[in-house]
Design a protein around this ligand. Structure first.
Ligand SMILES: Cc1ncc(COP(=O)(O)O)c(C=O)c1O
Length: 401
C-alpha cells in the first residue's frame, strides 16, 4: 500500500530534520553529547518524588487515578494562579490551563490561533519545536533580529514587516542562544503589543534557572500593569512548565492567559488528550505545595550554574581564535559563533567521529541562515565530561580551520 496519497496535506509540512537524524548517532556510547536540552539527571529529586507519589496515593487515590477536568486539577491551577498574581491584581483558576508539558501548549496555540498564510513573528534564532509545531498550520515565520539583549525592538516597526497574528518570545535564557531580553525591551514589547493588538506568546521554561543577576519581570507581569484588569484583560499568553525545575518526565506544564484564550485552548485540548495525567498533576502539586520545589531549586541552580562555569572555562582554554560565545545568566544553553567559512552541520559529522555532539544553529533559524553557529547544552553532563567534550570539540575545530 502506498500511504502517501492517503495522508492529509498538512503532513507534508511535518518534516524530519536531517540534523535530528544525524543526532541519533549522538546516543552511541562514548559520545559526549551537548545536543539535547537535558537537566542534570543525577540531581532529580527522586526520594521526594517517591514520597510525594506515596502521599498522593495514600491521601486521594480516587482523585489521582480518576479521569479529571480538561482544564486541570483545581488546586494545581490555584497554586499557579497565585504565583502569577500580584497584590492588587489577582489571577484566578479560570486564567490557568494545565497542559502536558509546555510543548502541548505550543501545539494548542497553533490550533487555536493560526490559519494558513498567517505570519508569526519569532526571534531569530528561536526554539525549534515551536517552528515544527506551527509549520503544519501553513504559517509563515517572520524572523526578528536579536543581539545580546534579546530581540531588537526596532525590528517590530520595520516598514516592510508584514501584519502578524502572534509574536513568540522566550525572554529568559532563550533556547537556543541563552540570551535574556533586557528589561527596557520587555516594556517596549508589551507597549507595542497593546498598540498593535498583536498578542505575545511568552514561553518561560527556564526563568527559575537564574545563576546571576536580577530576575526581570515577565511580559505577563508588565502586561498586567496596564489598563484593564480581570480575567478577560491582557495581551500575553504565558507558558510555564515543571520540566526544567522538577523533571521533564513528569510532563506537566501550564498556560496563564486571559479567560477567553484559556476557554478556547481548553476546547482544543479536550479532543487531544481529555486532560493531563491526574496522577502527575497531583504529584506535582504535592511537590510544589509542600515546599520541595522551593528547597530543590537552589541546589539545582548551584549545579547548573557550576556546569555553565566549567563549560565557559573550558571554552576559554581550548577554543581556537575566531570562535566566539556568550555568557548566559541562566538556563541550559550557550551559543557558539564559528568563523564564516565553517559550516556547523558539516562540523557535526566530524565532531561525531571525535566523540562529541552539539546542535548546529541552522535549524533554529526560521527562514535560513546561521550556518556557522551551534548550540551547546551545559547542564546534562558532569564537569569532567564537559571538559573532555569541549577538548574534543576544539580538536575537531582545529582540524576544520
Ligand atoms: C523554549 C522551550 N519551550 C518549550 C519546551 C518544552 O518543554 P516541556 O518539557 O514543558 O514540554 C522547551 C524544552 O526544551 C523549550 O526549550
Amino acid at each position: 500500500m502506498n500511504w502517501n496519497p492517503r495522508f492529509a496535506q498538512r503532513t507534508a509540512l511535518m518534516r524530519r530534520s536531517t540534523i535530528r537524524e544525524l543526532l541519533k548517532l549522538a546516543a552511541q556510547p562514548g559520545i559526549i553529547s551537548f545536543a539535547a536540552g537535558l537537566p542534570p539527571a543525577e540531581f532529580f529529586p527522586v526520594e521526594e518524588f517517591r514520597a510525594a507519589t506515596e502521599a498522593v496515593l495514600r491521601s486521594r487515590p480516587e482523585r489521582a487515578l480518576q479521569y479529571g477536568e480538561t482544564g486541570g486539577e483545581a488546586e494545581l491551577r490555584d497554586w499557579i494562579a497565585e504565583r502569577a498574581s500580584q497584590p492588587d491584581r489577582p489571577m484566578r483558576r479560570e486564567n490557568v490551563l494545565i497542559t502536558t508539558g509546555s510543548q502541548q501548549a505550543l501545539d494548542l496555540v497553533g490550533r487555536v490561533f493560526l490559519d494558513p498564510g498567517d505570519v508569526v513573528l519569532v526571534e531569530n534564532p528561536t526554539y525549534l519545536a515551536a517552528l515544527t509545531a506551527w509549520r503544519p498550520c501553513g504559517v509563515e515565520f517572520a524572523p526578528l533580529a536579536m543581539d545580546e539583549g534579546g530581540l531588537l525592538i526596532g525590528e517590530l516597526d520595520r516598514a516592510d514587516a508584514p501584519p502578524a497574528k502572534l509574536l513568540y518570545s522566550v525572554p529568559n535564557f532563550q533556547n537556543p542562544t541563552g540570551v535574556t531580553l533586557q528589561a527596557g525591551r520587555r516594556r517596549q514589547l508589551v507597549a507595542w503589543s497593546r498598540a498593535t493588538g498583536i498578542p505575545l506568546v511568552e514561553d518561560n521554561p527556564y526563568g527559575e534557572l537564574r545563576y546571576e543577576g536580577e530576575a526581570l519581570p515577565h511580559l505577563l507581569d508588565l502586561d498586567r500593569e496596564g489598563p484593564g484588569i480581570g480575567e478577560e484583560a491582557g495581551q500575553v499568553i504565558h507558558l510555564g512548565t515543571f520540566s526544567k525545575t522538577l523533571a521533564p518526565g513528569l510532563r506537566v506544564g501550564w498556560v496563564v492567559a486571559p479567560r477567553p484564550v484559556i476557554d478556547k485552548l481548553t476546547l482544543a485540548k479536550q479532543s487531544m488528550d481529555l486532560h493531563t495525567s491526574t496522577l502527575c498533576q497531583h504529584v506535582a502539586l504535592e511537590l510544589a505545595r509542600d515546599g520541595v520545589l522551593e528547597r530543590h531549586l537552589p541546589r539545582l541552580r548551584a549545579v547548573c550554574g557550576g556546569r555553565r562555569d566549567v563549560m565557559l572555562r573550558a571554552l576559554k582554554e581550548h577554543m581556537p581564535s575566531g570562535v566566539t560565545w556568550n555568557r548566559p545568566e541562566g538556563g541550559m544553553f550557550l551559543f557558539l559563533r564559528l568563523p564564516e567559512s565553517i559550516n556547523a552541520t558539516t562540523l557535526l559529522t566530524a565532531a561525531l567521529t571525535h566523540g562529541v555532539a552539539f546542535v548546529p544553529g541552522e535549524d533554529f533559524h526560521a527562514t535560513g541562515g546561521g550556518h556557522n553557529t551551534l548550540r551547546l547544552n551545559f547542564t546534562g553532563n558532569s564537569d569532567e565530561r564537559i571538559g573532555e567534550g569541549i577538548r574534543r570539540l576544539a580538536a575537531t575545530l582545529a582540524e576544520a580551520v
